[in-house]
Design a protein around this ligand. Structure first.
Ligand code: KG4
Ligand code: ZN
Length: 324
């Protein structure tokens, strides 16, 4: 599928992502961030996200094509995220992609957002073959998969409440830090003592592989009321959140006999998490910097890999809830 020019679009949440890929190579990867727009609300406001996607999608596609040095008529395939995500946001990129493909008389490929994250990490590791474990931890997802073969995914565990990144964002808000919270907490945590605030490990007695973050967030709010220093709270929260993620993943690796772990999503940027997983002896596959968070190139990469000569039906609707 190498010689195809593929346009990939992701508007599943708050960032508009448009990428152009050829030969498994990312030729352009443009992301219009909406962080500033949502910042003062402390989280993503769906209606604002949809409007902003609508405003920027077409110019962003033009910019990406320009950067790739091609005209829209050179495209062989148009791919867009079908789900999961915010329905209003999804519809902008998905409908745009379908419309563009239809107008160009080119095939359209509907891509699962999480599959995009998986292929983003593989862009730098073409030698990797299944089976392996994959953790997708972002503002919207905390999913642990076993990739048994290409296109064959088994969900081993997911969050029972908040997503990991959402927990970082909510705790950051409690501590009066900016949005997105992950990098802010990581920064403040360096000035604190991770052991000075007692926070218990979520689901520590479970035999399964589930995640939970809402209790931890509540415990942070209590600690704040008790007057613990903000930096100590940030450090302790990060320690426990990382330990929770890592302990579940390491248990899954042992029980399912895996030593390779693909890590994707914004939370994968966390250096404490990386260090903890590395120390556990896992071989880690990270997406390259620009492909770790939501983007369009990963959708184009996934479309290229899964392409079998047949486009998706244009009637298939976008789906806010969509298991992989
Ligand atoms: O993959 P991503 O950009 O997709 C969305 O969910 O839209 O992930 C963003 C999430 C945010 O919740 C952010 O706080 C978190 O990833 N994040 C981090 C770090 N960098 C970003 N969480 C922990 N540590 C980080 N260094
Ligand atoms: Zn994502």
């Amino acid at each position: 599928n190498g010689a195809m020019w593929i346009l990939g679009i992701d508007t599943s949440c708050d960032d508009t992502g448009v990428g152009v890929v050829r030969d498994d190579r990312v030729v352009s990867n443009r992301v219009a961030s909406q962080t500033l727009l949502h910042q003062r609300h402390g989280g993503v406001v769906p209606e604002l996200a949809s409007r902003e996607h609508t405003r920027v999608i077409d110019p962003l596609v033009q910019t990406a094509l320009q950067e790739a040095g091609i005209s829209v008529h050179d495209l062989d395939l148009v791919a867009a995220t079908k789900g999961p995500g915010l329905i209003g946001a999804l519809l902008v990129g998905y409908t745009y992609g379908k419309g563009l493909a239809f107008a160009l008389d080119k095939p359209f490929v509907a891509v699962h957002h999480l599959e995009g994250h998986l292929y983003a990490a593989l862009a730098e590791h073409p030698e990797v073959t299944p089976p392996f474990l994959a953790l997708v931890a972002s503002g919207g997802h905390t999913h642990l998969f076993e990739v048994r073969a290409w296109g064959q995914y088994q969900l081993l565990g997911a969050t029972m409440d908040d997503a990991a990144g959402e927990a970082f964002d909510k705790v950051a808000r409690l501590l009066g830090l900016g949005y997105p919270g992950g990098p802010e907490i990581e920064r403040l945590a360096r000035e604190g003592n991770p052991q000075s605030v007692p926070l218990s490990l979520p689901l520590k007695d479970q035999s399964g592989l589930a995640f939970s973050f809402s209790g931890l967030k509540t415990a942070v709010a209590r600690a704040l009321e008790k007057g613990y220093a903000r930096a100590d709270i940030a450090a302790a929260f990060q320690r426990v959140a990382v330990e929770h993620l890592a302990s579940v993943v390491v248990r899954a690796a042992k029980s399912h006999g895996h030593s390779t772990l693909l890590v994707a999503g914004g939370v994968a940027q966390n250096s404490a998490l990386r260090a903890r997983l590395q120390a556990a002896g896992l071989r880690l596959l990270f997406p390259p910097p620009g492909l770790a968070t939501d983007n369009g190139a990963m959708i184009a990469l996934a479309a290229g890999h899964t392409w079998r000569g047949q486009g998706s039906a244009l009637q298939v609707p976008a789906q806010p809830y969509l298991p992989l």
